[in-house]
Each structure stands twice: as C-alpha cells, then as structure tokens.
Write a protein that binds this ligand. Structure first.
Ligand SMILES: [Zn+2]
Ligand SMILES: [Zn+2]
Length: 428
C-alpha cells in the first residue's frame, strides 16, 4: 500500500489521545516477576520487543520489524511538563478562571466579561509558577490548580482565540496522563547480545516516578502540607525524567533524561538526523591558489584516485574508454555489464576488450570533471557551487582561486570543504 503524506502537523497530545495510542496501562512499579517482564509494569511485553529474540506481544512482529508501542500511566494528580511551562503561563495570563473568557492581551485587573478580579501570574524559575491574588501573599501555583483553571476554558473560546478549529485545549499542556515510551526506546544494556539485568536511564527515571506517585497515594488522607510535599516530589520526578538540566536543584545529573537525548552536538537532532555524511564526497582543508582559474578547484591526487563515478559507454566516448580498458589504465576501476555484473579491473587482465556501448565503467576523477564544492555553513546557494576539477599532484588541500573566497566565506584559517563528485552527461 502506498501512503501519500500531504501534511505534517505538530500538536500537543490530549490525555484522550494518549490513552487511545496506548497498548496497556502501567499500574505497577515492579519490573519482573519470576524472571519475566511483569504485565502492566514498565517492561510489559506489549510495549514491544526488548531483545533480538522473540516476537512482539502487540503486533507479533520481530525485533527488526516492530517499532514499539506506547503505554500510558495515569498520574495521581496533574503535573507540569517542563517544556510547556511558558505556554501554560501565557494561557493563564490571558484567560479568566471564573468564566473562561480568553483575551488577546494579558488580563491585568478585571475580566472584561464577568468583571471579577484577575490574579497575577509569574514564573519563579524554569519549573515553578507563582500566583498573587489581590490581597493575598504570593504563593506557588502547583500543577493541579493550574490544570483546574485551564479546564474552565470552553473549547469554543479556544477556537476563537487560535483562529482555527482543532482538538487542542490548553488543559492538555498540563499532563494528567504520562505516555510510556516503547521498550526499544529504552533497551536493557547488553553484553555481546546477552541481556543483562540492568535498566536504561529512562526506565529508572520512570520507575522513580511510579514509586514517588505511590508515596503520594499513601498520604491522600494526611494534612494538606504533607500532601503538597508529596505532590512536589512527583512533580520533580517528572521534571527529572523530561529535562534534568533545566532544574535548579542539585539532584544527581548523571542519569539521562529525554531532553538530554535530543540536545547538543551528539543529540538526536544535530548528531543523528542532521549529521549525515555521504558517499562520493571528500573533505579536507582549503587553501588559496592564484594560479588556478576561478572556475577550477584543485583536488589532491589522493582524493582524485579514490572518488569514482559511473560513466556509460556511448557512441561518443566508446573509443576513448575502450582504449583505457585495453591498456589497463589505473583510472578504470570496474567494468559493469548491462546485467549488473561488475568486473574488477585488477583481476580480469585483458579479458574486457569486448567493451560495448551500453555497458558502463566506474572510473576515477580526471581533470575537467565537474564537481560540487561546498563550504559549511551552507547559508546561501553560493555555498555550494560547481567547479572543474584540477588534480594537484602536490599537497593535500583543496585549492581555489582567491576570487572565490567571498561566496564561500572562506578564510583559510580553519576551512573545510566538501567536494562532491558528480557524473556528467558529456560529449567528449
Ligand atoms: Zn510490536
Ligand atoms: Zn471572567
């Protein structure tokens, strides 16, 4: 089945959607029972395969096919998501907690709709919001209260304020249900493929949330001070799971959190998604060379001997290529037959004189070949331009005419350039 994607939308999952996506509810903080993953625990087999052996309990596929399934955990009370605290603050400031009126500007004194006084909301630090009511002292605004205020806002008011109709409601910004990532997102550490009974940092963080939440359930009937203390503990546990770095406390920071997997040079975005290297390229330092033509780029001999392209044998280049193959020229590395078989020039001495049109050869770079030349950061289209290769027997740097320094913003102090070797359909 072919799937055509015509749009991608980023949104906040509502508690209803989280429950709908979930394959099981996590209800216990025990991981294993009789040496097997416990059902409804954080290692529930329905969350996907956790080792190379066995099949997924949800989709019956193997390790390489199943991409895992989310579970969910019902929080004993609403908690902030550290990443959405600024948005929560915005919604609180623009809405009335009595009538659910949403204003385009921050409400400072009275609600224009019900004339009731509006409290002042502030951000104390990255993880704490504070509230000042007209004649009461400033106090911390915990997530359950913020959630209660946001829930007052009718869905129509949200539609009018945002200018389009969808399922988003600001109360989803405060979490009541925690999505539990699939097993394969947090695999047990292994030694030579054998599973060892240790747990991934994320599993340990989640386990801590479950245990602290259990502690909160125990103090339900105690005094409000004790309940509030337990509530702050669950909130902190969730913050530590999502983003440890932004917390001001001096908690152990050697365990990873979700944000630390994404952030930084080695994180998912910069390290895994953007950091792709590709074949048929070379990378080295650049230096200037005033003897080169502006359209040329000097390529070190070593690079020219390594990079290859596939050149189709046609009416125009047949004679030349046949001659190269016949003389066992070093620039031809492989001869490729129309059926795809590759003949290595090093092993087939003298057997390829029947080179025909319609075949192709894999040859190395030679003078005049068009190459794409790029210097990062690629900020505009002139950061990648086409040049003619000029093979330089001496030196190991890419060389360019000094007139080309401006478009590449090259300074010859610490420049690197990529040289992409691209085939050309030419009549030579
Ligand atoms: Zn599965
Ligand atoms: Zn109001």
């Amino acid at each position: 089945m072919m799937v055509v994607i015509d749009a991608v939308r980023f949104d906040v999952l509502s508690p209803k959607q989280i429950r709908h996506l979930s394959v099981c509810e996590i209800t216990t903080d025990e991981l294993y029972e009789d040496n097997r993953p416990k059902l409804n625990g954080l290692r529930d087999p329905r969350l996907g395969v956790s080792s190379r052996l066995g099949r997924c309990a949800s989709c019956n596929q193997t390790w390489s096919q199943c991409s895992g399934h989310f579970g969910h955990y019902e929080m004993p009370h609403p908690v902030y998501n550290i990443g959405w605290i600024p948005e929560v603050l915005q919604w609180l400031r623009r809405s009335c907690r009595y009538c659910g009126h949403v204003s385009a500007t921050v409400l400072t004194k009275k609600c224009p709709s019900c004339k009731k006084p509006c409290p002042k909301y502030m951000k104390a630090n990255a993880v704490t919001l504070r509230i000042t009511e007209h004649d009461a002292p400033t106090r911390d605004l915990l997530a359950p209260e913020a959630h209660q205020y946001l829930e007052q806002i009718p869905q129509e008011n949200v539609h009018i304020f945002r200018g389009h109709k969808d399922d988003f409601h600001p109360s989803s910004l405060v979490m009541t249900v925690l999505p539990i990532p699939p097993n394969c997102v947090r695999p047990s550490p292994t030694i030579d493929g054998d599973e060892v009974r240790g747990e991934d940092d994320l599993t340990r963080r989640l386990l801590y949330i479950l245990r602290v939440a259990k502690g909160y359930a125990k103090v339900q009937n105690e005094a409000s001070v004790i309940r509030e203390h337990a509530m702050r503990r669950t909130q902190d546990a969730v913050h530590m799971y999502i983003d440890q770095k932004r917390m001001s406390s001096k908690q152990v920071a050697n365990q990873k959190s979700i944000a630390s997997r994404l952030r930084g040079k080695t994180g998912r975005l910069r390290g895994t998604l953007m950091g792709k290297r590709s074949n048929f390229t070379a990378r080295t330092v650049i230096t200037g060379d005033s003897m080169l033509d502006m359209r040329e780029v000097g390529v070190p001999q070593h690079v020219a001997d390594t990079l290859t392209i596939v050149e189709n044998v046609n009416r125009l280049n047949y004679k030349q290529l046949r001659e190269l193959v016949r003389t066992q020229d070093k620039t031809i590395k492989y001869v490729i037959r129309p059926d795809g078989t590759r003949l290595d020039m090093r092993t087939i001495k003298g057997r390829t004189e029947q080179l025909k049109q319609g075949w192709s050869v894999e040859r190395t770079m030679r003078n005049g070949d068009p190459v794409l030349f790029n210097r990062q950061p690629s900020l505009h289209r002139m950061s990648i331009m086409c040049h003619r290769a000029r093979i330089m027997p001496v030196g190991k740097t890419f060389r360019l005419n000094l007139s080309c320094t401006t478009p590449y913003n090259a300074d010859f102090v610490s420049s690197f350039l990529f040289c992409y070797f691209e085939p050309e359909m030419n009549d030579n």
